[in-house]
Design a binder for this molecule. Structure first.
Ligand SMILES: [Zn+2]
Ligand SMILES: [Zn+2]
Length: 183
């Protein structure tokens, strides 16, 4: 199988079309799995100009990677819902829980500064996890990264982060469409 190595992690290469069926197979098998979307420029991404989707088979300790394009890979939204519930991207499901979360406070500062950022949700076995063995969320900005570990799956914090992230993405996509329409 073709592989690619980056940042000390060896990935088995798959295609974007393989991602959803692979995730469904892993989910049905009942073992642990999780996924990531990696932005162009993300420190974990071997492909500097393209998005990538990572599917980790936690039981077999295999990290699969699919190289995407310059467009956000929509399959990520399906994968995130499989992992964290159908309302994980839903602003109307925000509870205000996690209001005392240091990571959310720091992220709100970053967001207020208009700095580009993205995040990673780390399952305990994640190859990218800055807090191995714990659940954690990391935020990357052009000037560095910050993260917080949690004793259990931080669903409410993640939902707040995802809603902010996809709000930014939608705003960027609509700006791009408008500037395209003007040309
Ligand atoms: Zn990243
Ligand atoms: Zn991972």
């Amino acid at each position: 199988m073709a592989t690619v190595e980056h940042g000390g992690v060896r990935f088995a290469r798959i295609t974007l079309e393989d991602c959803l069926p692979l995730a469904q197979r892993l989910q049905a098998a009942g073992g642990g799995w999780h996924s990531h979307v990696l932005s162009p420029g993300c420190r974990h991404n071997p492909f500097p100009d393209h998005y990538a989707v990572v599917i980790e088979d936690d039981s077999a300790a295999i990290a699969h990677i699919a190289e995407g394009t310059q467009a956000f890979p929509e399959v990520d939204k399906a994968l995130v819902k499989m992992l964290h519930g159908d309302d994980i991207l839903d602003a109307s499901a925000l509870t205000g829980a996690g209001g005392d979360c240091a990571l959310l406070h720091q992220l709100q500062d970053v967001q207020a500064q208009g700095v580009a950022w993205h995040h990673h949700m780390h399952f305990p076995d994640c190859v990218f996890n800055p807090h191995p063995g714990d659940w954690s969320i990391a935020v990357e900005t052009p000037s560095g990264a910050f993260s917080e570990a949690f004793p259990a799956e931080p669903v409410d914090v993640l939902r707040a982060v995802e809603v902010l992230y996809f709000g930014n993405l939608a705003a960027r996509e609509s700006e791009a469409r408008e500037s395209g329409a003007r040309e």
